[in-house]
Design a protein around this ligand. Structure first.
Ligand SMILES: [Mg+2]
Length: 317
């Protein structure tokens, strides 16, 4: 490390120094103090481990920091909540310089600012490998959080945006240039995912019965909704909106797209939500299947059903 630990902590404090009307004690004391809101408090935590979730040789620290915060914000959004406060516990190995750590926090600050979240604290520790642990809070109106467990037979299964872009981006970044425009967009989605913070409340307001963010792959996350809701599903893979750069399998099994997968009670509810999402966010909403009483199935273009084989993203090493 090229500067002392205290100097680095002071420097990081300046990057974090998120203040706001409800932040009573920001970074710099033993703990942060914020004024709690009137709604339900939503909490999530996640850890990124070097070698498992990111590779320092492949990713810029600014992107790793951005993505760490964006991924946690996506979990808050998937409850139809708004992000509020973030904390980061960072473990650094001896071969990491201060500039890398500063860039990492810079990326966290960027994502926090973009999605109206405040970084109120951080901790620095030494360890054998780099880990980035994020804790994030959010807020939702009382009783209004959308869970995974509310899907009912007959509900439409919908997904925002396109899928497979992040998986394609990871593959294409490793392959190297040249890239087409669609490929560059995929790489951007891999490096800087956009959690659907604004879109989630629109789905909730239009009656979403269950919701999850697509972090581990569409089929895997869809099965999670079915298991939590004790229902089945008939997925129509031909209707899944694939990112233009996605290869076969990446739309159904690629992870880290952070789109929203939800179940809606009626065709009219889907149409209303889709209209609002298109108008306000230019985000498409696509119906990709139907909730059934039991069984995990896909349907092909001749109308025959097949067992749904969940394919999920394996954390790369
Ligand atoms: Mg999630």
């Amino acid at each position: 490390m090229d500067i002392s630990e205290d100097e680095l902590i002071t420097a990081i404090g300046r990057v974090l120094s998120g203040t706001g009307p409800d932040v009573l004690v920001p970074v710099g004391d033993d703990a942060a103090v914020v004024r709690r809101g009137a709604g339900d408090l939503v909490l999530t935590t996640d850890a990124l481990v070097e070698g498992t979730h990111f590779d320092r040789a492949m990713s810029r620290p600014r992107d790793i920091g951005y993505k760490a915060i964006a991924a946690s914000i996506s979990d808050i959004a998937a409850m139809a909540a708004s992000p509020r406060y973030a904390l980061c516990a960072l473990t650094l190995s001896d071969d990491v310089d201060a500039g890398w750590a500063m860039e990492l926090f810079g990326g966290m600050r960027e994502a926090s600012d973009e999605f109206a979240c405040t970084l109120v604290g951080g901790n620095l520790a030494r360890g054998p490998e780099v880990t980035v642990a994020i804790t994030l809070t959010g807020e939702v109106a009382r009783g209004a959080a959308v869970r995974r467990s509310g899907a009912e037979p007959g509900d439409a299964v919908v997904v925002t945006g396109t899928l497979g872009g992040a998986a394609a981006g990871r593959r294409l970044a490793r392959r190297g240039a040249p890239w087409t425009e669609a490929e560059l967009d995929a790489i951007h989605r891999h490096e800087r995912p956009a959690p659907r913070v604004g879109e989630a409340p629109v789905l909730a307001r239009n009656g979403a019965t269950a919701m999850i963010d697509v972090s581990d792959g569409l089929t895997r996350d869809l099965v999670r909704i079915c298991e939590a809701s004790s229902v089945g599903v008939r997925l129509d893979p031909a209707t899944v909106p694939a990112h233009p750069a996605a290869a076969e399998g990446e739309a159904l099994g690629g992870g880290e797209d952070y789109e929203l997968l939800a179940t809606m009670p009626s065709v009219a509810a889907v149409a209303d939500a889709a209209g609002e999402l298109a108008e306000v966010f230019a985000t498409p909403l696509t119906t990709i299947g139907t909730i059934t009483t039991e069984g995990l199935q896909t349907i092909d273009d001749t109308g025959n059903t097949h067992p749904l084989e969940p394919s999920g993203w394996e954390h790369f090493t």
